[in-house]
Structure formats: C-alpha cells, structure tokens
Write a protein that binds this ligand. Structure first.
Ligand code: HEM
Length: 495
C-alpha cells in the first residue's frame, strides 16, 4: 500500500471515530431537534422560546435539548422531573451562565444572581435571608411602601377629578419602582410621569437590555473579547450610570449617619451599612453597591409585570374582578389602606395572585441554571457546563396538570394547599432549591397589596378606543407588550 492510500484510510478511520464519539456523547443528552450548522436552533427559539419549547416537548417529551450557538440547553417541562432534578442534583445544577455584558464593572464577580455557589454567594444569601428580607424586618419598612400607595391614591384621585385616563402599566411600574427604592434606601425617584423617574427607568431598562440581548460573544467563544454588537460597551455605560446613582445614595447616607441626632432608618441600606464592620458577615462598599443594583434589576421588573398581568386579567374578566371587589369590601370595609396583615383574610385575592403566577409566569423559563459537573439523570447525561431551564410556562398550559389550562380561573386554587414557595413543583414562579428567589418574602406581600389597593379603591373603565391586549414580550420577565388606559372612578364609599 502506498503512503497516499494509508493516509486516506487513516483519515477516514479518524473521522469515523470522531463522529461516533461525538454523536455517542450527544446521544446521551435528552433528545433534540435537528440543529442548523453554527447557529443551532437559535432562530426557532426566536422571541417566544417558551412557546417553541412547549411545542417541541409534544414531540420530544418533558426533557429535551436544543442547541444554542455552540452549546446545548436542556429544558425540563414536567413538574415531576423538575422536582426530581432539584431534589437529587440541587448542588450540581446551582451555577449560572454569565453574560459577557455582566462583566462590565465586574458585576459578575459580585452579583448574587450570577455568582457561582461559593463563599461570597453564601454570605450574600445568608444576609438577605436572615437580615434583610426576614418578614419581621420587612414589617418595619411597611410604612414606606404604604406611603407610596397614598401617593398613588392622590395621583388617581387627581385623574378622577380631571376625567383623565391612566396608563395602568405605567402607574404600576412607577409605584413598584418607588416602593422598591424606599424599601432599599428610603428614597423615591420622582412622581408619576416626572422626568427623574423616566430617566431612572431608562437607565434600568438599558442595563437589563444589555444583559439579555443575544450576544455573539456568549454564543461563540472565539468571539469573546470582540464586542461586535457594542453590547458590552453599552452595559458599561448604563451600569456606570446606575452605579453613580447608587454611590450618591450611599454617600449621602454615610454622611447623615455620622451627623448628630441621626435617626436609624428601617430600610435595607441601614441593615447593609450596619454589617460593614461585622466580623462574620462584613460587607465591603463594592459588595453593597452591586447587591443594591442586583436587587433593583431582579425585583422591579418581575414585581411590576406580575401586577400588570393581574390588572389585565381582571379587566378581561370583570366577573372575577367583582368577586375580588366583594371580598375586599367585606374584609377591609371602608378602610382605604389594605395592610400586609390583612392578606391572610383574603383567600380570593391570594387565589388571583397564584393564578397570575400560573397563567403568566414572570420567568417562563425561570432563570436558567448551569451544570457544575456531568449529571446522570433519567438515563441521560447532562454534561458539565450545559445550561438547564425549567419551562414553567409549558407546565402551566398542560391539560394533564391543570384543568382548563388556557383560561384564567383563580377558583382552581381555593381550598387547596398549593403555594408558590418552591415545594409544589407545578407552581414554582420563584424557582426552587438553593437558588430560589430570595426576594419572595418582599414580592409576596407587595404584589397583592398593590392589586388590592387598585381594586378596592377604584372602579375601572376602559378608555374609549382602548383595547386590552394580551400580547407578551420576553425581557428579563415576561412583560405585556401593549399597555392599556383606564378612567378610574372612586368606589362609592370614597365619594
Ligand atoms: C414576582 C416577583 C418575582 C419573581 C416571580 C421572581 C422570580 C425569580 C426566579 C425564578 C429566580 C431564579 C430562582 C432559581 O434559580 O431557582 C429569582 C432569583 C432572584 N431573585 Fe427574584 N423574583 C421576584 C421578585 C424578586 C424581588 C422583589 C427581589 C429582590 C428585591 C428578587 C431578587 C432575586 C435575586 C437576587 C435572585 C438571584 C438569586 C440567586 O441566584 O441566588 N426577586 N427570582
């Protein structure tokens, strides 16, 4: 045999072995649809990945893989498999994949939502759980949030008097943003429609956009370091603006703390600054600044979106709104303010919130995790570094799990013990396991309180020419893409 023939035979053999090794490795992944070369299934995932993945699960079953750029994403869409994966492999699925843009200002090295499970992540989780978001601590800042409802009351009263229509999504977003900033550092950023609140919203929106925009540098490692789309540049600029605001807030607080007669605040910044000199859980200034940004990004959009979907569904279902109004009238009576302590006496309100979490899950794929090691699960192998998503949107629309899954029926939760704290896997809007949302103790009173306030105090009439649209768009959370305007009028007891 001449040398050329040997070379040809050897390359065919090497190619075949390589093919077998690669396809054998991939065959052990959960099943996947055929990917296009280079881009994989990216185009099909499109703007509504949860819907495409839900469709795929009809063909490939409750655990499947899709190729996104160079890597695979494993998607779990059955509560039973989600429960098994979280209970059997919580530690091994507890990493996150970090977008290149989050590296601006080293946010990836400090952000609780992005850090791997390690000493800093543990410290931040411990502080948020035991010090900041403890229900009893949050009670202390309840007054700050109630004050924002009083401002909303005044704003809607003015609109009522002038017969002016109100963009419900807009007022909800402003109220949540101000409630959050009051809870975090006793400060609001401006009134409804003011330039200052618009500027802040734009900054936060820019930061979010830079983190979620598909970035070639994340999809193809050989492009790392080349900011082809300018996303990292934009992240640096917008996160820089956000940090400048936070630094200003922190500095002002530090100087007022050292002034004579300073009265301790009940907010989260007070708790964080108190911890600066703590020998066990000491925090640096950088850690405080990044944590505040992380909490604003994770907390405002998700909470406002949820209240927005709730108002939308109650607008579309006036009979459900009437039931809720009746419950509030009976339990709260002529009191204008609904209190966090009233919540337990309002089962229909609780059921409405659960149904909104089911029907319009804030994160339809939650916040994807990343495997820290090869995981052997249900006869498949999820290789190390593979991203894992839970398609809770698909679970919510599954008629084998929920009756009439495509209609808004809060009644389905009445008289059941289903909650959303990560134990009932058919309803896990806040995730589950060790990375479950730490903001759950803040979001779970804030959302019903704001909704109850809007329903209890006002009657809503759609402005002429307006429509209630349920189109959605996926940002960090699943937002409504079109808002609607209502003309509020006072409930009879307020006239
Ligand atoms: C409707 C309201 C909210 C929903 C549905 C929600 C949902 C989630 C989900 C699904 C996760 C990922 C959990 C997992 O991987 O298992 C998460 C993480 C997180 N959430 Fe929330 N969230 C909400 C409100 C908030 C609020 C109010 C805050 C704080 C002010 C917050 C702060 C965070 C943070 C810091 C993380 C990252 C935790 C980590 O990776 O260790 N969230 N949230």
């Amino acid at each position: 045999m001449d040398t050329a023939t040997i070379c040809v035979i050897l390359s065919i053999a090497a190619g075949t072995i390589l093919f077998l090794v690669q396809s054998g490795g991939r065959r052990r992944l959960p099943p996947w649809p055929y990917p296009f070369p280079i881009i994989g299934n990216m185009l099909q995932l499109g703007r509504y990945p949860h819907r495409y993945l839900a469709d795929l699960s009809k063909t490939y079953g409750p655990m499947l893989s899709v190729k996104v750029g160079r890597d695979y994403l494993v998607v779990v869409s059955s509560p039973e498999l989600a429960r098994k994966l979280v209970t059997q492999h919580d530690q091994a699925i507890s990493a996150r994949s970090v977008p290149t843009s989050a590296k601006a200002w080293d946010h990836d090295k400090y952000a609780m939502g992005l850090l791997p499970v390690g000493s800093l992540w543990r410290k931040l989780r411990k502080i948020t759980k035991n010090q900041l978001f403890l229900a009893i601590k949050l009670e202390g800042s309840q007054g700050l949030r109630q004050e924002k409802l009083r401002q909303l009351h005044k704003h809607l009263r003015d609109c009522c008097a002038a017969g002016r229509a109100v963009d419900i999504g807009e007022v909800v977003h402003t109220t949540v943003l101000n409630q959050m900033s009051e809870t975090l550092f006793s400060r609001d950023f401006g009134d409804f429609g003011s330039d200052s609140i618009r500027r802040l919203k734009d900054i936060i929106e820019d930061v979010i956009q830079s983190y979620i925009r598909p970035n070639f540098a994340d999809l193809f490692p050989f492009l790392k370091g080349i900011d082809l789309q300018g996303i990292s540049r934009r992240a640096k600029l917008s996160a820089g603006r956000a940090f400048a605001i936070l630094e200003d807030v922190i500095e002002m607080r530090l100087s007022s703390r050292s002034a004579l007669g300073y009265i301790k605040k009940t907010d989260i910044l007070q708790g964080l600054l108190d911890l600066m000199n703590d020998s066990e859980n000491g925090l640096t200034m950088a850690e405080i600044k990044h944590l505040l940004l992380d909490l604003i990004i994770a907390g405002v959009d998700s909470t406002a979106s949820t209240v927005n979907w709730a108002t939308t569904e109650l607008m579309l279902n006036p009979e459900k709104r009437a039931i809720l109004k009746d419950e509030l009238a009976t339990v709260i009576g002529e009191k204008k303010q609904v209190l966090e302590s009233d919540m337990l006496r309002l089962p229909y309100l609780q059921a409405v919130i659960k149904e909104v979490f089911r029907y319009h899950p804030t994160g339809p794929l939650l916040v994807p995790r990343k495997a820290t090691e090869d995981i052997h699960f249900e006869g498949f192998v999820i290789p190390k570094n593979t991203r894992i998503a839970f398609n809770v949107w698909c679970t919510a629309r599954d008629s084998t799990i929920w009756s009439n899954p495509d209609s808004f029926e809060p009644e389905r939760f009445l008289g059941t013990d289903i909650d959303f704290i990560g134990t009932h896997f058919k309803l896990i809007p806040f995730g589950a396991g060790r990375r479950i949302c730490p903001g759950i103790t803040l979001a779970s009173p804030m959302i019903p309180l704001l909704l109850a306030f809007l329903v209890h105090n006002f009657d809503w009439k759609l402005e002429v020419g307006e429509e209630v649209d349920v189109a959605e768009k996926l940002y960090l959370s699943l937002r409504k893409s079109v808002s609607f305007k209502i003309i509020p009028s006072f409930n009879s007891f307020q006239k």
